[in-house]
Design a protein around this ligand. Structure first.
Ligand code: FAD
Length: 287
């Protein structure tokens, strides 16, 4: 690892000031589960490392007028144990469970997972299906944007070097929305997703309403499957339609072919994943 300067700010403002002063020779460190691996492989000194792991502005899980607010520095373990997540967005707990092992979940944060922006991230699909928004802050102030607009490409978000992800918000209208998440890997534990998927929906008078389907590891970033969603919207709940939506979702993805799985196998997983998460969400809606 190359030598670097280290700064542990006491506020988000102080963090942004330091980031702006040293940009672009600066890196943010949260839980470090991704960042420390990267730091080991950089050819030159990364400059200044700004440790945001203790910032109070990045902590906490609460319900506000805007919805369910999760600080970017909240760990996967905290998500798994939190009563407000269990009450309002339990599918996030299922997703957090699948991330790495206990040690990774104890250190790894939701914000770090989203900013790393690998296509296989496990927190992305459920948050996308629940239409989460993110608040970012930088030298020009704060702004809140849909999570889908935050992802730009593999390992690339809209964040500039001098900006910080502050929080993730599941909108108030989607609190308690029935949702379901699934992950397929080469083994049950400690595996990257070959495909992951999440669905969220309401059922009103026996008909689908506001169906949202999201997929990970099948495109450069986590995506929605709008054509599959449209097949279900406003229609009566039937197994036949769920099957049709699952098949359609395959046409909306562009999975890769690599040493871990063929494109054909991943396409099969997309269909199965969408079918199962839709059924999971329907079951959750019927409780
Ligand atoms: C053994 C192992 C297994 C793993 N398994 C999985 C898995 O199954 N599924 C999965 O999705 N991921 C997995 N990961 C990846 C990783 O653990 C997660 O992405 C984790 O959530 C990253 O969070 P962190 O706090 O450790 O981020 P860090 O490593 O501290 O940071 C990651 C990146 O985000 C930036 N960053 C962090 N916080 C902020 C912020 N608030 N604002 C702006 N930038 C920020 C950092 O600069 C860095 O670029 C695994 C990692 C390891 C080491």
């Amino acid at each position: 690892m190359k030598p670097f300067d280290f700064f542990k700010p006491e506020s988000a403002d102080a963090a942004v000031e330091a980031l702006a002063a040293h940009s672009p020779n600066v890196r943010i460190l949260a839980g470090g589960t991704d960042a420390v691996v990267d730091l080991k492989h950089v050819p030159d000194s990364p400059g200044l490392v700004v440790d945001v792991s203790q910032l109070k502005e990045l902590k906490g899980i609460e319900v506000t007028d805007a919805g369910l607010r999760i600080g970017a520095g909240v760990t996967h373990t905290e998500i798994m144990k939190h009563p407000l997540i269990e009450e309002h967005a339990p599918a996030l707990i299922d997703a957090a469970h699948t991330i790495g092992a206990v040690q990774t979940r104890n250190l790894g944060t939701l914000g770090g997972n989203l900013v790393t922006c690998v296509p296989s991230m496990d927190s992305g699909p459920t948050l996308m299906a629940l239409e989460a928004e993110v608040t970012v802050t930088g030298p020009t102030g704060k702004r809140t944007i849909p999570l889908g607009d935050f992802f730009v490409g593999p390992r690339k978000t809209i964040l500039e070097k001098d900006a910080l992800l502050l929080e993730i918000i599941v909108p108030a209208a989607n609190l308690g929305k029935p949702a379901s998440f699934i992950k397929f890997g080469l083994r049950k534990g400690q595996a990257l997703a070959l495909v992951n998927a999440a669905s969220a929906l309401w059922i009103e008078d026996g008909k689908f309403k506001d169906v949202r389907i999201s997929l990970g590891a099948v495109a450069p970033v986590v995506i929605r499957a709008p054509k599959a969603e449209a097949i279900l919207e406003g229609q009566s709940v039937t197994e036949l339609l769920v099957d049709e939506a699952a098949k359609t979702a395959v046409s909306e993805a562009k999975p890769i072919d690599d040493f871990r799985a063929s494109k054909e196998y991943r396409n099969d997983l997309i269909e199965v994943g969408v079918r199962r998460t839709l059924k999971g969400a329907i079951d959750a809606a019927s409780i």
